[in-house]
Design a protein around this ligand. Structure first.
Ligand code: ARG
Length: 422
C-alpha cells in the first residue's frame, strides 16, 4: 500500500527539506504539501507554488481566512493579549492544523508532518490538534535534530529549490492579525531594531495629522467601520491599512514561550490594537464594576489558552459561554483617534450604557430620591476597619517601646548606675 503524508508546506527552507526527508528517513512514498491561507502576503503563495512545482510535489492551497478572522474577532470579545501580544501566530496555528487535517482525510494520507523546530510554540499548537486524530504525527526538523546550516548544505547537495543567500534575514510570520519578526540580531534584547523590520506600520514620528474612526460592535464582535457594515476579513484588512498608516500597533517585547524559553519578539498589529482598544472602551461603558473586575479573569484565561493553541477544549467552551451571555451588551460604537503611533478612545455610545449623566453630574442635587447628605453615614463608615487597624498597631508599638525603656532603667539600676537625666 502506498504510504502518504500531508506536510504543512510554506516553500521555505524547513518545509522544503522535509519533502525528501519524509521519503528517505521515514519511508513515505508520497508527500502532499498543504499551504493554508490565513492572510499571508501573496508572495508567500507564489513561493510555495513555485517550490512545490520544482519539487514535483502534490500541492493544495486551502483558504481559511474567514475562519481565522472569526477566531480573531472572538479574541476581541476576550480582550485577548498574551503579555501584550495579540496572538496572531498563536490563533492561526489551530486553524491551519485543522485545514491540513481536512486535506489529509480527503486525500488519503496516513500521517501529518510539520517543519517546526523543537524550541518554539508552533509544534505544540499543531500537534494538539493532530494528535486528536488517528494519524501519525511527524516532526522531522525536531526529531532529526536539524540545524539551519545542515538544512542549507543538504538542500545544496540535493539541489533543492531554496533561495540561497538568505542569511541575516529576519524570521517573519505574517497573517491577518499580526506580523511577527524575530531572529538574528533581534535575538539580542539590547539591540534596537532598525526601521526596516516594519512593513505594516509607518514610523510613528514621521506621521502627520490624525483621524477619527468609528468602530461598531454587536454582541462584542466588531461588525463595521465608520457606519459601514463589514465582514471580519475585510474589516481587519481595512484597519491594518488605515491604522498602520498612523504607525499604530507596534510591540517590542520579551515573551515567555510555553517551553519556558524567554525570547525577544517584535510584532505589528494595527487592526488588533484598534479593535482591542475600542472593545475595552465599550465594556467600560456597559459593564458594572463587578462585571469588569471579574471579566479580567475570563480574559486572562482565554488569552492563556489561545497562546497555547488550545482553542477547542472544555475550559474554552465555558469561557465562551460566559462571553456569549455578557457580551450581548457590548453593542454600540466607539470612536478612536489615530495619531502619531497611538490609538485612543475618544467617544463611546451604547444603549446598554450603565451611565446616568444626571447621577454623576455636579449640577443635580437629588437623584432617585437620594440627596448629597445621604452620603454622610457612608462617609463615616468608610475606612472604619482601616482606621481601627492603624490605631491598634500604633498602640501595640507604643506599649512595646515603653516596656523597652522600663527594662533599660531596671538594668541600669541593677548595675548600680544612675538613670541619666536630660
Ligand atoms: N512567538 C510568537 C508565538 O509563539 C510568534 C512566533 C512567530 N514566528 C516567527 N518566525 N516570526 O506566537
Amino acid at each position: 500500500m502506498t504510504k502518504r503524508v500531508a506536510l504543512a508546506f510554506s516553500g521555505g527552507l524547513d518545509t522544503t527539506v522535509c519533502v525528501p526527508l519524509l521519503e528517505e528517513e521515514y519511508g513515505y512514498d508520497e508527500v502532499v504539501g498543504v499551504t493554508v491561507d490565513v492572510g499571508q502576503p501573496s508572495e508567500e503563495f507564489d513561493e510555495a507554488e513555485e517550490t512545490a512545482e520544482a519539487l514535483d510535489l502534490e500541492h493544495y492551497v486551502v483558504d481559511a481566512k474567514e475562519e481565522f478572522a472569526e477566531l480573531c474577532m472572538d479574541s476581541v470579545r476576550a480582550n485577548a493579549t498574551y503579555q501584550g501580544y495579540p496572538l496572531g501566530t498563536a490563533l492561526a496555528r489551530p486553524v491551519i492544523a485543522e485545514a491540513i487535517l481536512g486535506v489529509a482525510e480527503e486525500h488519503d494520507c496516513d500521517a501529518l508532518a510539520h517543519g517546526c523546530t523543537g524550541k518554539g510554540n508552533d509544534q505544540l499548537r499543531f500537534e494538539t490538534v493532530w494528535r486528536a486524530s488517528d494519524k501519525e504525527v511527524i516532526a522531522p526538523v525536531r526529531e532529526l535534530g536539524l540545524t539551519r546550516e545542515w538544512e542549507i548544505e543538504y538542500a545544496d547537495e540535493k539541489d533543492l529549490p531554496v533561495e540561497s543567500g538568505n542569511e541575516g534575514a529576519w524570521s517573519i510570520d505574517t497573517n491577518l492579525w499580526s506580523r511577527s519578526v524575530e531572529g538574528d540580531d533581534l535575538e539580542d534584547p539590547t539591540y534596537v531594531p532598525p526601521e526596516d523590520i516594519y512593513d505594516w506600520t509607518t514610523t510613528p514620528g514621521e506621521v502627520e495629522g490624525e483621524e477619527l474612526v468609528d468602530v461598531e460592535f454587536e454582541g462584542g464582535h466588531p461588525v463595521g467601520l465608520n457606519g459601514e457594515a463589514m465582514d471580519p476579513v475585510d474589516l481587519i484588512e481595512e484597519l491594518n491599512d488605515l491604522a498602520g498608516a498612523y504607525g499604530v500597533g507596534r510591540t517590542d517585547m520579551m515573551e515567555d514561550r510555553m517551553l519556558g524559553l524567554k525570547v525577544r519578539e517584535n510584532y505589528e498589529h494595527p487592526a488588533a490594537t484598534v479593535l482591542l482598544t475600542a472593545h475595552e472602551a465599550l465594556e467600560q461603558l456597559v459593564f458594572t464594576k463587578s462585571e469588569r473586575d471579574f471579566k479580567q479573569q475570563i480574559d486572562d484565561q482565554w488569552a492563556q489558552q489561545g497562546y497555547k493553541g488550545l482553542v477547542d477544549n472544555p475550559l474554552m467552551t465555558s469561557l465562551e459561554g460566559y462571553l456569549d451571555a455578557g457580551q450581548e451588551k457590548v453593542t454600540g460604537t466607539v470612536t478612536v483617534k489615530l495619531q502619531g503611533g497611538q490609538c485612543r478612545p475618544v467617544a463611546r455610545d451604547s444603549e446598554y450604557g450603565v451611565y446616568s449623566e444626571s447621577a454623576a453630574s455636579f449640577n443635580t442635587e437629588t437623584v432617585d430620591g437620594i440627596e448629597q447628605a445621604d452620603a454622610t453615614g457612608v462617609a463615616k463608615y468608610h475606612g472604619f476597619q482601616e482606621r481601627l487597624a492603624n490605631e491598634v498597631l500604633a498602640g501595640v508599638k507604643e506599649s512595646s517601646e515603653t516596656d523597652e525603656e522600663d527594662e533599660e532603667g531596671e538594668k541600669l539600676k541593677a548595675d548600680g548606675g544612675e538613670v541619666a537625666e536630660e
